[in-house]
Design a protein around this ligand. Structure first.
Ligand code: PRT
Length: 114
């Protein structure tokens, strides 16, 4: 399969992951994860998060980028178990764009902003 455009890779992966619902778990890593369900996928995501932390503390740039790729990929698989996709996450990031994290925190802490 040809390498897809990096700009559409999240959407391409969303589509591929959705297609793997009907694939053979013996032939597809994603089909195996989806068969095992959200508990295994969440554990896998936790492992990838820990590996990312370790890479961030003491490994090469290349290792860190690879671990973050694993983390993002498994995040997409977890979202797919609920019929969600990268689209929702990208929309949240787009909504937040330009809003300072400090300002957002201040708004959350204002009385009556529960
Ligand atoms: N992007 C990825 C991708 N990134 C990481 N991985 C897999 O995620 C796993 C990462 O786990 P670890 O680093 O812990 O390695 P491991 O010890 O082998 O993992 P486990 O045995 O613990 O599961 C590895 O098996 C990687 O191959 C991925 N597997 C698949 N994809 C994409 O998903 C598509 C569909 O994959 P299949 O369903 O396998 O066809 C592929 O064409 C790719 O585009």
């Amino acid at each position: 399969m040809a390498n897809p455009d990096t700009h559409s890779i999240l959407q391409d992966l969303d589509r591929l992951i959705a297609e793997r619902r009907s694939a053979d778990p013996e032939a597809s890593y994603v089909a195996g994860l989806l068969r095992d369900g959200p508990a295994r996928i969440s554990r896998k995501l936790g492992e990838e998060a820990v590996e990312s932390v370790i890479a961030g503390l003491q490994e090469s740039d290349e290792a860190l980028v690879g671990e973050i790729a694993d983390l993002w990929f498994h995040s997409l698989v977890l979202l797919a178990t609920r019929g969600l996709s990268s689209e929702q996450v990208l929309a949240v990031l787009a909504d937040r764009f330009g809003l300072s994290g400090l300002e957002e925190k201040r708004r959350r802490q204002e009385p009556g902003s529960a």
